[in-house]
Design a protein around this ligand. Structure first.
Ligand code: SF4
Length: 187
């Protein structure tokens, strides 16, 4: 596998599309911030690898199998993608996840969706569904979350615009699409 010389590449002036892309905070970036900053940086620079689609496909399959009656994924401003929405007295956003192993990242992703919609004047709450373990988590955006969110957003932008954070081996690396990219030349 040929690994591009990222270090010298990101020391050069950043092209306009990278700057625009880095400034846009998507739900995926929010999740990656709480998983791995190297992953966040690579994704922000449009470096995506095939294996990454595996979990997305599993999530899509779970959605199709368990939530047939609900409407399809909704994408807003090419920034946030919600698995489905239910409207009653309140608007409830739903995300379907395979495992609880990245619970914190999932929670922040949902908080970001709520924060993003609130900035457009839409009040909603969230529910994260874990159908394989028959669990769900209700999420509400509190005042404290909003100020924390602003700090996280600033930090994500800083990471995306800075030098690539060096990879550090963590539990999820073996399953990460970027594994070979990060550690492929290790003996
Ligand atoms: S392989 Fe590990 S260090 Fe590299 S991007 Fe993935 S999670 Fe991060």
């Amino acid at each position: 596998m040929v690994i591009p010389d990222l270090k010298s590449a990101e020391e050069k002036a950043q092209p306009e599309e990278i700057i625009t892309g880095a400034m846009r905070i998507t739900g995926v970036k929010m999740t990656y911030y709480f998983i791995c900053h190297t992953k966040l940086w690579l994704f922000s620079h449009n470096i995506t690898l095939e294996k990454e689609h595996d979990n997305v496909n599993i999530g899509k399959q779970l959605h199709e199998d368990r939530y047939k009656r609900d409407s399809k994924e909704i994408t807003i401003d090419q920034t946030i993608s919600i698995d489905f929405i239910r409207k009653g007295d309140t608007i409830v956003l739903h995300e379907i996840k395979k495992t609880k192993s990245m619970e914190v990242a999932h929670r922040w992703q949902m908080l970001y969706y709520l924060y993003y919609l609130k900035s457009k004047g839409i009040k909603a709450t969230g529910e994260i569904n874990y159908p394989l373990v028959s669990k769900k988590e209700d999420i509400q955006l509190l005042e404290k979350d909003e100020s924390d969110m602003e700090n996280v957003i600033n930090d994500i932008r800083k990471i995306a615009m800075g030098r690539m954070p060096p990879p550090k081996k963590i539990r999820i690396c073996q399953k990460c699409a970027y594994y070979e990219f990060c550690f492929g030349d290790e003996l």
